[in-house]
Design a protein around this ligand. Structure first.
Ligand code: FAD
Ligand code: SIN
Length: 538
């Protein structure tokens, strides 16, 4: 086994100084809604270190627009939310997990409100909006379309009031550490500000590193969404579940020079409609629910319409919205469009689908336990089966809140029941290392991103998926040995996550939820989750 010092000199980390060894009761990787919720819960019983690779507020959570779903409206019921989630999940939801999500959700939202989250209200009453595939108005929002930002603000304020929690920013987790029995006992990291590498030990590790939209060239996700937690867990031997299910959001801005900025589904919830390049409404031809059909249906319909009209985008038209003032209801989207000379109130807004949410992830039970002892996972990095084959809009923030808290509690129970970590005969998973320049790493990263968009995108064919799997097998050694800097490690990570996605997509011989293949356009009778370890992909 190669020890850490040897590893450092191999991978070019020897230019960095080492931090002294550190030990906590709980190590939480990630400071989005899942990580912060887990940390708050675990801190009841011990010292918690949260690390995040950017500023602590930077996360997908921060960018969440539409809102957080919970049956708290007078006309709504938990049972309706349960049913809508199962219908969207297309037969593959884990009903126990859904039951917990929709049942426990409202109580955690009340707690968020107690901690200072200011959801939008009319006078003293909370207001709820409707999004696609929801039978009732049940989506709470804040600052119009800045829901995530407000939740992060409130959670970070709560965290800063807890003595037991330390939060460290710009600390990039490289890999997980285990003891000789396979228990996960910490993580190796690069502190980007001090340029030091180090290892931190903990009695329990909670992965809350978010999703992996950056596996694709076209995505709504922030730059940090490179699937680091999924890849680190896979390299440590964990099972990943349902990795073929990637949700593509239908309405993402496509304007010259603009990043793929999301136009929230709530716009269609308020009455926005889709038109083709000729200005004709087309969704009713594809689905009777029209613009409020589930996201996979709308995304596929848009792509078919693009083919039919030989166009690069369709339009989102908000001119018919009368129930709200568009500028007040969607201030963030309004301002962002204005930067590209598009006035949400009058102009047709060019949109196209882009990768948005990883439904699959590190297999976890309803308490966040993964297949590796000592490792817990919550939020987008994990897969409890709560979203089945397709996630209902605005259920993801709720998932982070509910299952983040549960993972924190279950890590706490685990630590109380298990002896302290004392065996330091760990191995970390960065023993194969190859140093390349940041430019080269970026080139390799973009190659994978383009491949995934072209071969494992919204509409999948066996030929394309096979080519992607061949590529991943051929290039495996070249990519998996990458390390030595954040960009190299992220490139390795998106490669690993892409490999799982391509492989699992090829294996699933049916169309279900977000996974649509042209050669098997129907669902199978069997309702199976896919579960693979890294070794299974060869
Ligand atoms: P994140 O919020 O992504 O947090 C991940 C954390 O992990 C970050 O702190 C990051 O720094 C850290 N991290 C990652 N890798 C490392 C590493 N190697 N080392 C150290 N730290 C690391 N969902 C909804 O329910 N409603 C919405 O309205 C909604 N709108 C959305 C809009 C956009 C534009 C996007 C991108 C997503 C949206 N989603 C929405 C989805 C939802 O925001 C995410 O699924 C959810 O916030 C994920 O939370 P999380 O805590 O699991 O991860
Ligand atoms: C959106 O606002 O459309 C995103 C909601 C979500 O991803 O759940």
């Amino acid at each position: 086994m190669i020890d850490f010092d040897t590893v450092q000199s191999y991978i070019g980390f020897n230019k960095f100084k080492k931090e002294p060894m550190e030990k906590y009761d709980f190590l939480v990787l990630g400071s989005g809604i899942a990580g912060l919720s887990a940390a708050i819960e675990a801190s009841i019983a011990g010292k918690v270190l949260i690390i995040s690779k950017d500023e602590s507020k930077e996360s997908s959570t921060e960018y969440a627009q539409g809102g957080i779903a919970a049956a708290m409206n007078d006309e709504d019921k938990v049972s309706f939310h349960f049913r809508d989630t199962l219908v969207a999940g297309d037969g593959l939801c884990n009903p126990d997990a859904v039951h917990i999500l929709v049942g426990e959700g409202p109580q955690y939202i009340h707690r968020l409100i107690d901690w200072g989250t200011k959801f939008d209200k009319e006078k003293t009453r909370l207001v709820f909006t409707r999004e696609a595939a929801h039978s009732h108005k049940r989506v709470l929002h804040a600052g119009g379309d800045s829901t995530g930002k407000e939740i992060v603000r409130a959670l970070l304020a709560k965290v800063s009031s807890i003595k037991n929690i330390t939060i460290r920013q710009f600390v990039f987790a490289i890999g997980l550490l285990n003891d000789k029995n396979g228990r996960i006992i910490g993580a190796s990291y690069l502190d980007e500000r001090s340029q030091k590498v180090g290892k931190v030990y903990a009695n329990a590790v909670i992965l809350a590193t978010g999703g992996a939209g950056r596996v694709y060239s076209d995505t709504t996700n922030p730059e940090l969404a490179t699937g680091d937690g999924m890849a680190a867990a896979a390299l440590a031997g964990a099972e990943l579940q349902d990795m073929e299910f990637v949700q593509f959001h239908p309405t993402v801005l496509l304007a010259p020079g603009a990043p793929r900025f999301l136009l929230t589904e709530a716009i269609r919830g308020e009455g926005g409609i889709l038109k083709n390049i000729n200005g004709e409404r087309f969704m009713p031809e594809y689905d009777e629910r029209a613009e409020l059909a589930p996201r996979d249906v709308v995304s596929r319909s848009i792509l078919l319409e693009l083919k039919k009209t030989n166009a690069k985008h369709v339009f989102l038209d908000l001119s018919g919205i009368t129930s709200v003032d568009v500028r007040e209801r969607f201030p963030q989207v309004y301002q962002n469009c204005l930067v590209y000379n598009l006035d949400l109130k009058k102009d047709l807004i060019p949109v196209t689908p882009a990768a948005h949410y990883y439904i699959g992830g590190v297999k976890a039970d309803i308490n966040g336990k993964t297949s590796l002892e000592g490792l817990f996972a919550a939020g987008e990095v994990s897969c409890t089966g709560v979203h089945g084959a397709n996630r209902l809009a605005s259920n993801s923030l709720l998932e982070g809140l509910v299952f983040g808290t549960r993972a924190g509690r279950s890590a706490l129970d685990y630590v109380l029941a298990h002896p302290d970590v004392n065996d330091k005969s760990e191995q970390d998973y960065n023993t194969l290392t190859r140093k390349i320049s940041p430019e080269e790493a970026l080139k390799m990263k973009e190659e994978v991103q383009r491949l995934m968009w072209e071969k494992v995108g919204v509409l999948r064919t066996p030929d394309k998926m096979n080519r992607a799997v061949e590529y991943f097998r051929e290039k495996y050694d070249e990519f998996v040995s990458l390390n030595g800097s954040r960009i190299s490690t992220e490139t390795r990570n998106i490669f690993i996550v892409g490999f799982f996605t391509a492989f699992a997509s090829l294996q699933r011989k049916e169309s279900r939820g977000t996974h649509y293949r042209e050669d098997y356009s129907q669902k199978n009778e069997e309702r199976i989750h896919s579960r693979y370890c890294l070794n299974d992909l060869f």
